[in-house]
Structures are given as structure tokens and as C-alpha cells.
Write a protein that binds this ligand. Structure first.
Ligand code: ZN
Length: 296
């Protein structure tokens, strides 16, 4: 509480003397690259964003360093996806001593429950529906406004403008996928990361691994999947940028399916790659899926 009061006083002081332009930006830590980009878009020049799981990283299997704990300790705000995506987060927060607000970007969004080896689990990959992405933008805007009320109007405006782009992307994706016959909308990926995309846009995703990349697929599950791919004549098998490609390649070989390229389920690329922002990642995934499904 004491540190929050000091931070507030310092910000008020800076606002009085230097004007908003010279005020120290809000230090925000985001758990993974997709969320980091959303915070950057909504926060604009008022925030300095640090992302824990960077481009091409796997948010399920991330191992934080002592340096990450130091970054967290100094943060003004921490934003996570929640729903069990970041298994490392609770321990990291405890180790860092961070005591300010923890924003759960997926809060308030209707989630998908899945059966995984007899257990009901919640699918954390909520951002793979662009309609849900718009909800993330609004949640982040409200959290930034609470942490930094001086710039609340800017956060609200940025959040709405960004949400509007995601809503337009959502409508575009629906149109693109509606052009593919329903029987052809079947896809194989490495892990169950596209459940929200499937539900929102009418695509059936099959994967040897469950909703986390940490559990290995069993030989029996893989054999069953191979039979299903052969039986339903599915041709579109995709790799994922942040997941081991061996399983998908093995399945493609065993079934005679074609590798339809790489999808970006939960990690951006660097600036030179095809998915350097959440908007570009989403668009690229839809374009790649459409191309691959046409071969079915
Ligand atoms: Zn995942």
C-alpha cells in the first residue's frame, strides 16, 4: 500500500511539473507475447510493456528466471491470460513479492470446457476468437485506466479503436471460412489450441496433444487419430511455431496428408516473421487454414 501511494504521488508530481508527455510510463508486465501486443496497442505511449514469454515461446512450458522476478517486483501492473495457461505465474508472483493488481484478461468471457483423460478442464486459448480479443482489449483498457487514471480517456479511446479492428477481423474471418464447404472444415494441429476459433468459425480441429503442450500424447491416442484422419480423408495437417513439430510430421507421413504450413496459436513471431502482432497473427492463421482446407 505504501509503495502504491508513493508511486501515485510521484505520478501526480510529474503531471504537474512536466505535463503528461514527460510523465514516467506505466511499467506493465504481460505474461506472453499476444497479451503484450494487446497491452501495447491499448496503452500506447503511456505504457512500457515487458513480456515474459516472448515471440516463438511456449507459454505452457515457460521457466521464469530470477531476472523475471526482479522485473515483476518493479511492475506497476501485471496482466495474465488466466485459465491455467501460465502455470508458472503463481510461483513467480510469490517469489517476486509483487503485490499490486493482477489483471486476468480473459475474465468475463464464456469459456469452453473440455474432457481431457476423464477430467474436465477449461480451455485457456480464448484469444483465438477475434471477438474474444475485442473483449481482452476492453478489459485491458479498464485495468490501465484504473492503474493510471490521468490517462484514462486515452486508454478508453485506444481500447475501443483496437476492439473495432478485432470486430472487423472477426467478421472477415467468418466470411472467409463460410466460403469453405462445411465437410472440408477439418484440420489437424499439434495441440488443442484452436477450440475457440473452431467454435466461433465452424472449423473442426483434431490434435494428438491436449490443451497444454506439457502432457505427451499417448500412442493409443495417436493411433486413433491416424485412423480418423484416414477415415475422414482429412488432408490438412499444420505445424505450430511454438510446439515440437515431430508429432505433426509423423502423422502427416502415416496418413499421406500434406503439411499445410505453420500456424501461430499462442506466440507471435519477431518483426520479420508473418505474425509480429496479434492482428497479423490472427489474419495469417485464417488465411493459412483456408488454403490448407481447400485441399481436403
Ligand atoms: Zn496452448
Amino acid at each position: 500500500m505504501k509503495s502504491r501511494l508513493i508511486a501515485f504521488t510521484a505520478a501526480a508530481f510529474a503531471a504537474c511539473w512536466g505535463g503528461a508527455a514527460n510523465a514516467k510510463p506505466l511499467d506493465v508486465v504481460a505474461s506472453f507475447s499476444v497479451l503484450g501486443d494487446i497491452v501495447s496497442e491499448v496503452g500506447g505511449s503511456h505504457v512500457a510493456v515487458m513480456t515474459l514469454v516472448g515471440p516463438e515461446g511456449d507459454p505452457h512450458a515457460f521457466a521464469p528466471t530470477p531476472q523475471d522476478a526482479q522485473v515483476l517486483a518493479k511492475a506497476d501492473l501485471v496482466v495474465v491470460n488466466g485459465l491455467g495457461l501460465e502455470g508458472f505465474m503463481d510461483r513467480l508472483i510469490a517469489a517476486s513479492g509483487y503485490g499490486k493488481d493482477l489483471v486476468v484478461a480473459s475474465q468475463g468471457i464464456a469459456t469452453r470446457e473440455m474432457d481431457e483423460e476423464g477430467e474436465t478442464v477449461t480451455d485457456p486459448h480464448v484469444w483465438n476468437s477475434a471477438a474474444n480479443g475485442a473483449a481482452y482489449a476492453r478489459t485491458v483498457a479498464a485495468a490501465l485506466a484504473k492503474a493510471d487514471p490521468t490517462n484514462a480517456k486515452d486508454y478508453a479511446a485506444n481500447g475501443e479503436a483496437y476492439a473495432a479492428k478485432l470486430t472487423a477481423l472477426d467478421a472477415w474471418a467468418k466470411q472467409e471460412l463460410a466460403a469453405i464447404p462445411a465437410a472440408k472444415r477439418k484440420v489437424i494441429t499439434s495441440h488443442e489450441a484452436f477450440g475457440y476459433l473452431g467454435a466461433e468459425y465452424g472449423v473442426e480441429f483434431l490434435a494428438p496433444q491436449g490443451i497444454s503442450t506439457e502432457a505427451e500424447a499417448s500412442a493409443a491416442d495417436v493411433a486413433k487419430l491416424i485412423d480418423q484422419i484416414k477415415g475422414e480423408k482429412i488432408k490438412a495437417v499444420f505445424l505450430e511455431n511454438s510446439t515440437d513439430p515431430r508429432m505433426a510430421k509423423q502423422i502427416a507421413k502415416a496418413t499421406g496428408a500434406k503439411l499445410g504450413g505453420t500456424l501461430y496459436p499462442e506466440s507471435l513471431t519477431g518483426p520479420a516473421g508473418p505474425a509480429p502482432t496479434y492482428l497479423k497473427m490472427f489474419r495469417y492463421n485464417i488465411e493459412t487454414l483456408v488454403k490448407g482446407m481447400k485441399a481436403n
